[in-house]
Design a binder for this molecule. Structure first.
Ligand SMILES: CC(=O)N[C@@H](CCCN)C(=O)O
Length: 353
């Protein structure tokens, strides 16, 4: 099949122009994004469920199919250093620049073009809160809809079908010390406790393997005051088949009386090889082979595919471009990747799970 690149780009253009940065989550059911979806999918029944706070579940259907394509249409905020207008699709010789073209509006452009050039049944689940980090849209959707036989989740995977990835934990540790003059000895410093915990945690066996990362540290007032409080934001990524609680328990064991608060926990894909997610992903691999999709190695980033698998729905992560271009200035996707994704999605649509 020869991919209709001009049509893919024409569909992508209004999606890039619709500002869906998350935050600030100014995404509404009557805004430009939903209008672009409706215009891009003539002949589809489009339903929009507004969960508030910029979370929209946009479901577009044509006919009956067991295959669900999930594409998130929100983007991260504009990173510093762009040399193009992030909200204009800028075409260069072999690639197009624009916020979200790789993560993951490009995949939507591909699906809209596929809808235009075939009359196959299609079921699209377009969401707007993947970047908010709470996955409200997918979790809410899965509460009452688990009839899909396959979920294809668009994320930048270099056009390789991925059926495994790590889980993710992110959280905050809060330390308390005693306010005092720094000439006074024996006082408990929240900053010192936080620093000791960080140093010890980074020395744990498996810290690097689990991608343990302390991303932000804040606390204290000035050099001659003992710090009464400190806060450390951190995260890590557990391998498929392992439990995030194991490393978390070890870290909190190093933190004295610090209070830990969970910000986000996403299961690995699969989460547990003996459970529902393990069975779903064995099936996902079989389906990927049957559909002739090129299989890629497990990835280290987290995706909402793990939530589908946990609900027993086989999930394949498949999208254009590389994670290296995502969340970055001058985000781009190559025409080669868009064309390749078109052919792969066409295989999925015609070979219906
Ligand atoms: C694809 C991607 O950027 N995934 C994010 C998910 C964050 C969920 N809170 C990551 O792996 O950090």
């Amino acid at each position: 099949m020869t991919a209709p690149l001009e049509d893919i780009l024409a569909h992508l253009e209004p999606l890039v122009e619709a500002d869906s940065q998350n935050p600030p989550r100014h995404i509404s059911a009557d805004g430009a994004l939903v209008a672009a979806v409706r215009r891009g999918l003539p002949g589809f029944v489009v339903n929009v469920r507004d969960l508030g706070d910029g979370c929209l579940i946009i479901e577009a259907r044509r006919g009956e199919t067991g295959t669900l394509f999930n594409v998130h249409l929100d983007t991260v905020p504009v990173a510093p250093g762009w040399s193009h207008d992030p909200h204009v699709l800028t075409r260069a010789e072999d690639r197009a620049f624009g916020l979200g073209v790789c993560d993951t509006k490009g995949a939507a452009g591909v699906l809209f073009a596929l809808a235009q050039h075939t009359d196959e049944p299609m079921h699209l689940l377009l969401t707007t809160d993947e970047e908010a980090g709470k996955s409200r849209c997918i979790r809410t959707y899965l509460e009452d809809s688990t009839e899909a036989r396959l979920a294809v989740v668009a994320e930048p995977t270099d056009c390789l079908a991925r059926t495994e990835h790590r889980g993710i934990f992110s959280g905050v540790a809060r330390f308390e010390g005693e306010s005092a003059h720094a000439s006074d000895t024996g006082r408990r410093s929240a900053v010192h406790d936080a620093a000791r915990m960080i140093a010890a945690a980074l020395d744990l066996p498996g810290a690097a393997e689990s991608r343990l990362n302390f991303g932000r540290i804040e606390g204290g007032v000035k050099a001659n005051m003992v710090a009464a409080e400190a806060e450390v934001q951190f995260g890590f990524r557990n391998r498929p088949g392992t439990e995030h609680r194991d490393l978390l328990r070890q870290i909190s064991g190093l933190a004295g009386g610090a209070r830990f608060e969970e910000r986000f926990v996403g299961p690995a894909l699969p989460h547990d090889r003996d459970g529902a997610s393990g069975r779903a992903q064995a099936e996902a691999q079989a389906l990927a082979s049957r559909l002739g999709l090129p299989l890629g190695a497990p990835v280290d980033f987290w995706t909402e595919a793990s939530l589908f698998a946990e609900a027993g729905i086989p999930a394949i992560v498949l999208g254009a471009g590389s994670i290296r271009q995502a969340h970055n200035a001058d985000e781009f996707v190559t025409y080669g990747q868009l064309a390749k994704l078109y052919d792969l999605y066409a295989e999925v649509v015609t070979g219906d799970a």
